[in-house]
Ligand binder design. Sequence first.
Ligand code: SF4
Length: 143
Amino acid sequence: MPTKIEWATESWNVVTGCSKISSGCQNCFAERMSKRLAGRCGYPAENPFAVTLHPERLDEPLMNKQLIAALLVAAALSWAGYDMQDRQAELEQRLIQVQQERDQLAWQMAGLEAQIREIQESNEMTIAVTTDLDERLARAERK
Ligand code: SF4
């Protein structure tokens, strides 16, 4: 079915509805949409968020030439020994490394900022002491 989702051209909702399983489901967007579309777009009028299979939609992907081409490419890659899941795992691992490096850099930056603050504060103290010394010396000379 054509969709307005910006990163997709088609969507395939052969099952609608869901079962709430955690507190994270409290403000479920899908549930709100199902209630809004109750009685339309395949959502049952009664209990629109109930898990519902739409058998009439099962062969929809067979009408989509692009999807069939993508599935054939995936199958060919799989037959050639190219494991998409391995590649995904590899990319996820690299992402974790990059995030760790970023955290380490942020930690080092925080350390450098603290050192800079310490230096600035000690300079202020030195200036204050020096100013005080100058005044004391001037007073002593006047006596
Ligand atoms: S669709 Fe809604 S109810 Fe289902 S798992 Fe997601 S948040 Fe929970």
